[in-house]
Design a protein around this ligand. Structure first.
Ligand SMILES: *[C@@H]1O[C@H](CO)[C@@H](O)[C@H](O)[C@H]1NC(C)=O
Ligand SMILES: *[C@@H]1O[C@H](CO)[C@@H](O)[C@H](O)[C@H]1NC(C)=O
Ligand SMILES: *[C@@H]1O[C@H](CO)[C@@H](O)[C@H](O)[C@H]1NC(C)=O
Ligand SMILES: *[C@@H]1O[C@H](CO)[C@@H](O)[C@H](O)[C@H]1NC(C)=O
Length: 280
């Protein structure tokens, strides 16, 4: 455990060098049956992505890997785009060295669990919207093979509405310290993926995409069937989190282009590319 703590500390040091927009995806240690990241063209779900998903096909580029691996080749151009969002502006060779060190501590290839149904990996992406309150989505969320939560999004005390399982957590490294000791870091988001989501999916609106939106798009890359929960406001227009008391209707999404993101999610739902649960 002391070893684990030291590694975690080292990791945090590295992540600080990689700076604020680097995202860690966390995975519980108890999972079994790791398999490789999904490749395209192998979907056996009842309903798979097809040419009917026009909006998806206009935007999805499968050659962009969502997560960094030891073999990801990041171009200097991609690095430069990402670097401008950072407070800590190291050069490209320094970044590459840091990544090499990082993959000595964490798994050099991303891992995901085996789906219940061969060839059909289903994913629940659980946002943090207050519209989850009283939704009773818990069992439906827990039923999916992969349950991805965002930032600190708690489950304890909210199981009926948000479920109890978490297989992955996508978050800013600052939130890492609130995780329990059964959660391990396995993936780090590819800066090139963030650039692609910003340019291709959001038409360069805003400064960079929100964690929730990037998570949803990465789910389109790694899952055969995507169920999205907890995105957008509730029916009263509140943008609070489900675990917080209600805030006023006025909101700011800061550097994130909230409107474009929500419009894109709506479009994906309209074309039945994703299952979109709007809650209360
Ligand atoms: C997909 O991304 C790759 C790598 O950035 C690029 O070379 C290719 O042109 C892109 N394809 C489309 C259809 O945009
Ligand atoms: C990159 O940064 C490192 C450490 O800050 C420095 O030692 C190295 O000389 C720099 N390399 C280039 C090509 O500027
Ligand atoms: C994790 O934390 C729990 C409760 O704090 C403790 O009982 C358990 O022994 C810890 N497990 C490890 C592997 O450190
Ligand atoms: C919306 O506001 C009304 C009046 O304040 C309240 O009764 C209702 O429960 C709210 N709906 C939701 C989904 O929070």
């Amino acid at each position: 455990c002391a070893d684990g703590k030291r590694m975690w500390f080292q990791f945090k040091m590295l992540i600080v060098l990689l700076a604020v927009t680097t995202i860690g995806v966390f995975l519980t240690a108890s999972n079994t049956g790791w398999i490789e990241l999904k490749m395209s063209g192998s979907c056996w779900c009842e309903k798979c992505f097809s040419e009917e998903n026009v909006f998806l096909n206009q935007h999805l580029n499968r050659s962009i890997e969502p997560f960094l691996s030891a073999t990801t080749s990041l171009t200097e151009d991609e690095y430069d785009w990402w670097r401008h969002l950072q407070s800590n502006r190291h050069n490209f060779s320094y970044f590459k060295e840091t990544i090499d060190k990082l993959f000595k501590i964490i798994s050099p290839t991303p891992v995901l669990e085996k789906p219940k149904t061969e060839g059909c990996r289903t994913c629940a992406v659980v946002g943090n919207s207050v519209n989850l309150k009283g939704s009773h989505y818990g069992p439906l969320i827990d039923f999916q093979d992969i349950v991805i939560r965002i930032n600190r999004g708690p489950t304890k005390g909210f199981e009926e509405d948000v479920g109890a399982r978490t297989t992955h957590r996508v978050m800013y490294p600052e939130s890492g310290s609130i995780l329990d000791n059964s959660t391990h870091l396995v993936m780090v988001l590819n800066p090139a993926f963030m650039k692609y989501v910003h340019q291709k999916w959001l038409g360069k609106k805003g400064k960079y995409p929100s964690t929730g939106f990037m998570t949803l798009i990465s789910a389109l890359h790694i899952c055969d069937e995507v169920h999205a929960f907890g995105f957008g406001a509730d029916s009263n227009g509140s943008w609070s989190h489900y675990w917080q008391p209600m805030k006023s209707k006025k909101f700011k999404t800061g550097p994130h282009p909230g409107k474009q993101e929500y419009a894109a999610i709506d479009k994906l739902a309209d074309e039945n590319t994703i299952y979109f649960y709007k809650g209360n």
